[in-house]
Design a protein. Structure first.
Length: 262
């Protein structure tokens, strides 16, 4: 018996794709059972595109806070609050960072509680804990290391490519910053960051962290090449504000470490 030809194969593919876009992707690649994104969450995403203007970031956070006040079980809103706060904290004066970060930590924990098998909550919880550890006093900071590692190990298990290998990159950063008695190992941070770059060779934050790790282990020529490489990267439509920040930091490090005028 002859098999019937598929009717409108292109149309079928388009319809399938539209369904997949309607439902946020799980870490394992399949659609979740969650509802489509709410209008406030979509509006917040739009404002996040212009996050280099912190007014846009605050406006997006306002939409998300209003959303969780009305719908406390909206996972999509909670993990975004943690993400937005992480960006805000990085652009807040040092004296005020610890006033900003608790909201991000709390939102990340709420997201993890709502969807423990989704990657976003774990990552942004760990990211906010990491920023908190950097700003806290020494004893409080090292007390957070195990929690940060745990969240990023979960990220590596359920979503190793999330935010361009962000889980592995953060583990490398923990190795760089942690004291030896808490598992810190600058050589291992180099190995992990080099592994990240084999997967995402143009990630400017990975390059910046690797340059710092190279300097820490005495590989100055390699560090300089990485910093200069950051300055040659083309504008990124997704991570444009982050690239601009990392290029500014690369110029500062080049001037400080190598006395360049770039």
């Amino acid at each position: 018996m002859r098999r019937r030809p598929t009717i409108f194969p292109r149309l079928a593919k388009v319809l399938l794709a539209s369904l997949l876009l309607t439902f946020p992707a799980r870490a394992d690649g399949g659609p979740t059972a969650s509802l489509p994104l709410s209008a406030p969450v979509r509006s917040a995403d739009d404002y996040y595109l212009g996050r280099q203007n912190l007014g846009n970031l605050h406006r997006g956070l306002q939409f998300l806070r209003e959303r969780v006040a009305k719908e406390p079980a909206d996972y999509e809103a909670w993990w975004r609050i943690a993400k937005f706060v992480s960006y805000l904290a990085r652009h807040t004066p040092d004296d005020d960072k610890l006033k900003v970060l608790p909201e991000g930590v709390a939102a990340g924990r709420r997201a993890v509680a709502l969807a423990p098998t989704r990657v976003e909550g774990h990552f942004w919880l760990g990211a906010n804990l990491g920023l908190t550890a950097e700003e806290e006093n020494f004893l409080r900071g090292i007390s957070l290391i195990d929690n940060i590692r745990r969240e990023m190990e979960i990220v590596n298990q359920i979503g190793p490519d999330y935010e361009q290998a962000s889980g592995l990159r953060t583990l490398a950063r923990v190795d760089f910053r942690a004291p030896f008695f808490k598992g810190g190992n600058k050589r291992r941070s180099v190995d992990l960051l080099e592994k990240c770059l084999t997967r995402y060779p143009d990630n400017s934050l990975t390059m910046l962290y690797l340059a710092e790790s190279y300097l820490a282990v005495g590989l100055r020529d390699e560090a300089r090449k990485k910093l200069e490489g950051i300055l040659t990267l083309c504008p990124d439509p997704v991570y444009g504000p982050e690239l601009a920040d990392n290029q500014t930091e690369a110029r500062r490090m080049l001037a400080e470490e190598f006395h360049t005028g770039k």
